[in-house]
Design a protein around this ligand. Sequence first.
Ligand code: UT7
Length: 329
Amino acid sequence: MDKITAAITCVGGYVPEYRLTNKILESMIDTNDEWIKSRTGISERRILKGEGLATSDMGAEAVKNILQKKGILPEEIDCVICATVTPDMLFPSTANIICHKAGIKNAFSFDINAACSGFLFTLTTAASLIESGRYKKVIVVGADKMSSIVDYTDRTTCILFGDGAGAVLLEVSADENGIKDSLLKTDGSGKPFLHMKAGGSLKPSTVETVLAKEHYIYQEGQTVFKFAVKGMADVGFELLQRNNLTGDDIAWLVPHQANLRIIEATANRMGLPKEKVMINIEKYGNTTAATIPLCLWDWEDKLKKGDNLIFAAFGGGFTWGATLVKWAY
Ligand code: UT7
């Protein structure tokens, strides 16, 4: 039997309307537009406002965007996997809730938590379902309402994050295009530098944990920065080498959008000029699991069949990785 290749056949996305600009942040904390732009590349981020709205609402919009663009019925979807660190609630999974909101009734669904590398880990998992031959249509969602876990009095983290959702449809490839290779890594010794202190089984929520602000992102930025620059650049370079490719063979680098300086270091190591790098951090900030699919959503009409793309990410865990995709449409 010929090997089945999984291909991305459609991209969907959703970002909330409200724009939290650097100017507005200047009125909230001791910061300034120049510092934020020069240290991170971010000008504004989208924030999901409104009572009762959560990660699943953005994820469901991204999924509905795919169904509408492809003209397929919700009943045709076999599986939905959602990458997120901001689930609506601990259980049921956000993917379950997304299916309900998007009218998907014949699928099984679950979440994957791999922080900023969540989309890549989920994409590889979903591709294996297609490659197994058992499933025909699998949707991967990367969605995060980071504003729900950001401390807006902490100037070192609140400038970084935004809300959004992106999704891709995976189907059996009609040719050799599709998801070709992945190199994914984790190192749990990174936990102290990027985590949420309370709200899990280690430290369940109490009045004290709330008062101590332990339900927000805790990040030691400089340490994470150093690991991210090395991790993302190394893994991207290694993936090129083991596929006998150089930067010249790559049409686009699609990097996780955490910091413009990390993106530039990764592109340099892979020998890629800025024109070949998808960068939208200036308008969305770091949307965690949504950054890579939101890049694909923004650039979809510039992609050509057969283009070689490298997706690369680094995040909490630590988790990191890179995926080689031959664009299929
Ligand atoms: O996606 C998940 C993975 N996360 C990442 O990849 C994030 C990685 N880290 C980073 O992107 C960067 O470390 C940050 C953007 C978070 C910080 O940039 P940095 O160049 O590492 O700055 P720093 O932490 O070394 O701080 C430099 C100075 C400090 O002041 P002093 O001690 O030199 O007087 C900070 O207090 O900048 C100060 N500072 C600020 N100033 C104005 C920190 N935050 C701000 C701020 N506005 N918002």
